[in-house]
Write a protein of this length. Structure first.
Length: 123
């Protein structure tokens, strides 16, 4: 696994973040560059670099991200209208911070599909 990321500094409270949820395993804070009226990142406190590093031993930490997302959706009142959760993986997925995180986007209808420039045939 590669070096730690800026998210470790947020977990350790070495740099500020607008934290909206915290428990033993999971942290949620506002994205610094929001792409929707509500844009929160939900992360495991234990670093997992990418989705490719998810395995049987750490899968529960990933499951917790969805448990927290569901709680936040209800708490902030958009569970019924709906929302988008996204986890990017590596370069083609648009990942820039190598500590997995669930993007929670809500507060408006989301566009679909995200794949705008079709350069290859689909399988
Ligand atoms: P990704 O591109 O999927 O890896 O997402 C990384 C996200 O982290 C981006 O949406 C950034 O805006 C966000 N981000 C980076 N640094 C910070 C920070 N210090 N506080 C909050 N969000 C951040």
């Amino acid at each position: 696994m590669t070096d730690s990321t800026i998210f470790d500094k947020i977990i350790n409270k070495e740099i500020p973040a607008e934290i909206i949820y915290e428990d033993e395993h999971t942290l949620a804070f506002k994205d610094i560059n929001p792409q929707a009226p509500f844009h929160v990142l939900v992360i495991p406190k234990q670093r997992i670099a990418t989705i490719n590093d998810v395995n049987e031993d750490n899968a529960h930490l990933v499951g917790n991200l969805y448990v927290v997302a569901a709680k936040l959706a209800k708490q902030h009142g958009f569970a019924e209208d709906g929302y988008r959760v996204v986890m990017n993986c590596n370069e083609h997925g648009g990942q820039t911070v190598y500590h997995i995180h669930l993007h929670m986007l809500a507060g408006q209808a989301m566009g679909w599909p995200p794949y705008q420039n079709k350069k290859k045939e689909l399988f």
